[in-house]
Design a binder for this molecule. Sequence first.
Ligand SMILES: Nc1ncnc2c1ncn2[C@@H]1O[C@H](COP(=O)(O)OP(=O)(O)OP(=O)(O)O)[C@@H](O)[C@H]1O
Ligand SMILES: [Mg+2]
Length: 652
Amino acid sequence: MSVAAVTLAGMAVTADEHSEEDEHAEGDGKPAEDLPTLADIDSPEWFRYGDTMAGIGFLTVARRLPGLIRQALGMAWQASPRDTVATVTLSLLGGLFTAFGLLATTGVLTALFEEGPTPDRVRAALPSLLLVGAAATIRTTLQAGAGWAQARLGPQISRISEERLYSLTSQVDLVCFDDPQFHDSLQRARLRGMAMADMVVDTAIDTLTGVIGIAAAAGVLGVLHPVLLPLLLLAVIPDAWAAVRSARMGYATDLLLIPARRRKWIITELLADKDTAAEVRTFTMRGFLMRMYDNVARSEQRVLLDLARRQTYARVVGEALGGIGQGAVYVALGLLLAVGAVPLAVAGTAVLAIRSGQGSLANFMYATNRLYEQGLYFTDFLDFVAQAEARIPAQRTGKAPSGFQRLTAEEVTFSYPSSATPALRGVSVHIDRGEVVALVGENGSGKTTLSKILAGLYDPDSGRVLWDDTDLSEVDPHDLRGNIAVIAQDHTRWPLTARHNITMGMEKGETAVVHAAEVAGADQVIEELPHGYQTLLDRRFKDGQELSGGQWQRIAVARGFYRDAPLLICDEPTAALDARAEHALFDRIRRHADGRTVLLITHRLASVRYADRIYVLDHGKVVEHGTHQELITLDGLYADLYNLQAQAYRSA
Ligand SMILES: Nc1ncnc2c1ncn2[C@@H]1O[C@H](COP(=O)(O)OP(=O)(O)OP(=O)(O)O)[C@@H](O)[C@H]1O
Ligand SMILES: [Mg+2]
């Protein structure tokens, strides 16, 4: 690669000229110019706050602040009322004792600046000195207590916000997961919003602590002499300016780098993930990926080095101005002393108060800025929670029938969100109790979608699904699902033990587990595992085992049979099974799967011959239905597909 000139949000970043040919000699031989640069990574969704943050002044921030603090404290209160009260009260008391300590200092200084021999002056100062010491001890203790309570809030808030998020994601309508907007909002809430919850509270408390500190210093100065108050401003503004400016630069850079970091993260996942490890090697992707990584990482590094330079500059300027401000304060104090407006002891205390106020104000400004920034992301979290709460299916009170004589879909139509064409269009099917009914059709014809509607996972857009006379739209879905077992086409490989992969947390005893495993041929798989049923099926953990695709499918089938529900939906249950296991399973299904009603979806047409009825789907519609013999006689789509498969065997 030569030079990658990159423009990102108006900032020019030029990657160093460096020779990579030697470093990453292996690889795809693609011209380096084709590699993505930061500019290609621009992802508008992740920039949504770029403009928000760039154009705002301090006033905008200040206006949003009370609302944010209220929200944050509300969250803290939810997590732990006791720790919230403790944090706020102890911080307030801490501020009070800061002020008290400062005022007591005046007593010390007054006694010390009196006329007379030194031992006498020190003796006179002793009571005040003791007060200063006591105030400092109490203040430190209070602040430590406040810090402890504040630190205790963090983990509690993290826990409740995580629980809130994941309790919602596991409750929302399944169809949400097919909605890109929902995903996007979920992604933002998970990746940044959720983590912000405890930080927002932390920062909100820092803001409050800052205010308390400033109030304490200002209060002391006001008590000493009102004219001292403006001096506080003079002293703190340059530092505050530098703190805010530096924080803003940091934040702007962070925003700028979000897409690049995300890209880098995606590439590192590809380089370090188990699922991609094999293909990274078979397709000799390493060189290509490393170059892509290096390209992004170098650009990021350049931006960060630039940031470090600019932040140092801002700090130096801030400190220089701060020095000038300090000078002005001393000059002003000197003048006040000269004209006799304040006594020397008061001037001494004022210097201390100004220093303490300075520190508090810098903290306050910094916290405010961060609070605003974090508030933006925190709002993402709150938005997602609101959105998800609105998408939890309404409570249905109807009880699911314990069984059925006939299961009917009437004129069912269904479209996935943001999909222009419906996946199902006016589909009517019925399944009688004890039957084996097959759904066949080409890829994408709507078989899986229909099975999910029959299982009550999706609600049809129009039409009805009935269990005898009960409309599923009135039935509590949780209750209904107890009556249905699904062997899904894209079954999950649960990172649990083999046993839990079959029982899924529903305990029915050893015999049931072993029986279900036998049906699916999973018993042979489990026998060979080092710890039998207790073997963890996840290679990423110590003592974990990995299974082959077909072995996993056997486990998934066992899971379906274990559930012992009156309706069994098998969606491509044999796609990965070997001939013997497939034969055994279909044989079982043909014999009505031990009394269950079976909805069978498969491309192995030889196995649907025995079904009581076959529905042929094409582009979301039922185009043919009947028994195998009827459909062969009809000589339509089914006969076509069947003959194609049969021919392949005959000619062999
Ligand atoms: N989650 C989804 N979001 C949007 N569209 C989807 C989704 N799942 C499926 N589709 C679309 O709906 C249509 C029907 O898909 P479905 O999965 O029901 O087909 P299928 O008959 O089961 O196919 P296959 O034989 O490949 O399993 C397809 O056009 C598919 O692109
Ligand atoms: Mg399917």
